[in-house]
Design a protein around this ligand. Structure first.
Ligand code: PLP
Length: 406
């Protein structure tokens, strides 16, 4: 049997220089050379294991990159200062002026805004398509198309991408498939399913403590080296470099990722099932009512479950806001964007993380006003959380008293 991602991360071991159980943190922006010739070679990218300048690479960033490559099963990985730093670098590395890309229309708001508004500056055009329709994806591909872009489980609508099918299309047209896997680390392994490049916002589940912003590009050695090229690498030249101190702290948090993901998924499934039974409109890939449920089951690593994100629709933005404020008052979680924290986080995506998407488009993709996105926390007693949440919903008239089915 081949090693699981969790085992590969577990088996990594880098000691500190004094025998510390954690690798030493590289606290330097620049590195000395014993010979001038080696410095020249390093500039040319010919000397593996030599450090030049920390925007290019640093030992701490390489340790974290190694763990993330193990997570995704790719040859290597470059860490970045944010998820957006990873996304923008990959797009600008793969596309030249005049090129085109095909993207899912339900993606992270920042990625959407970059593609829709910013890529114009480079004369790069984008077709936004329904990613669950392989016909729509293929129809949008032109001779100028340089990549297919999607999220494995999309933000915030939780559409599940059929990665093997999309990979087949990408191969047929000889373009890379780029997948943002931020919502489903460990549970979905896009590279193993055929993706060429896998991106994460480490800010979310992977770091899991909501204390920093970071990202990663996982891919082949060739691609990751090209991103770091001093002459024309988008990673190197756009400058979204992660600080070594942060890389070290994210690496330490990654060691509990498998335990956290299981708990996030277990808690989210519990709430999704119960809320659905209560008659709420719940979207969660773990529910048989979800259109991507079977597909998710086909391509996920079951022990990590269906993920920690679910949405409910409470009918209107006013109700959504009232409920979120009340839940926060009852200490059920925080009214905050982002995900992967130990506490439950909730926000109304239409007015927050997806506000970059124009209202008409939000409507056409099913992003309704009353939608609340939950990133379910690590609560030890999820039943207690459920009953308290339900009390809030009854108090606001979202659920009637007699629906209580506990
Ligand atoms: C948050 C997020 C990003 C952006 O990551 P940052 O670290 O905030 O730059 C990209 N994709 C998805 C799916 C996200 O949730």
């Amino acid at each position: 049997m081949s090693k699981s991602a969790t085992d590969k991360i577990q088996d990594l071991h880098n000691f500190g220089e004094f025998g510390g159980v954690n690798p030493s943190i590289s606290d330097s922006s620049t590195y000395t050379f014993l010979s001038a010739k080696t410095m020249f070679d390093t500039f040319e990218g010919n000397t593996e294991g030599c450090y030049l300048y920390s925007r290019h690479s640093s030992p701490s960033n390489l340790y974290l990159g190694e763990a993330l490559a193990a997570l995704e099963g790719t040859e290597t990985a470059n860490v970045t200062a944010s998820g957006m730093g990873a996304i923008t670098a990959v797009i600008l590395q793969l596309c030249d002026a005049g090129d085109h890309l095909v993207s899912s229309r339900t993606i992270y708001g920042g990625a959407y805004a970059f593609m829709k508004n910013f890529l114009k500056k480079f004369d790069i055009s984008v077709s936004f398509v329904d990613i669950t329709s392989s016909e729509a994806v293929e129809k949008a591909i032109t001779p100028k198309t340089r990549m297919i872009y999607c999220e494995s489980v999309s933000n915030p609508l939780l559409e599940v991408a059929d990665i093997p099918t999309l990979s087949g299309l990408a191969k047929k047209h000889e373009i890379p498939l780029v997948v943002d896997n931020t919502f489903s680390p460990l549970s979905i392994a896009p590279a193993k399913l055929g993706a060429d490049v896998v991106i994460h916002s480490l800010t979310k589940f992977i770091n899991g403590t909501s204390d920093c912003v970071a990202g990663v590009v996982c891919g082949t050695k060739d691609f990751c080296l090209a991103l770091k090229d001093v002459n024309d690498g988008a990673g190197m030249l756009l400058g979204s470099t992660l600080d070594s101190l942060r890389a070290a702290s994210i690496l330490k948090n990654m060691r509990t990722l498998h335990i956290r993901m299981k708990k996030h998924s277990e808690n989210a499934l519990y709430l999704a099932k119960h809320f659905e039974k209560d008659g709420l409109r719940v979207v969660y890939p773990g529910l048989p009512s979800h259109p991507g449920h079977q597909l998710m089951k086909k391509q996920f690593v079951s022990e990590f479950g269906f993920g920690g994100i679910l949405t409910i629709d409470v009918g209107s933005l006013e109700k959504a806001n009232e409920l979120m404020e009340l839940m926060q008052k009852k200490n059920l979680g925080y009214l905050a964007v982002s995900l992967g924290f130990y506490k439950t986080l909730f926000s109304a995506p239409g007015t927050s993380t997806s506000s970059e998407i124009p209202e008409e488009e939000q409507e056409s993709m099913g992003l309704t006003d009353g939608l609340i996105r939950f990133s379910i926390g690590l609560d030890n007693d999820i039943h207690r959380t459920y009953t308290t949440m339900k009390t809030c919903m009854v108090q606001l008239g979202i659920l009637s008293k007699d629906t209580i089915s506990v």
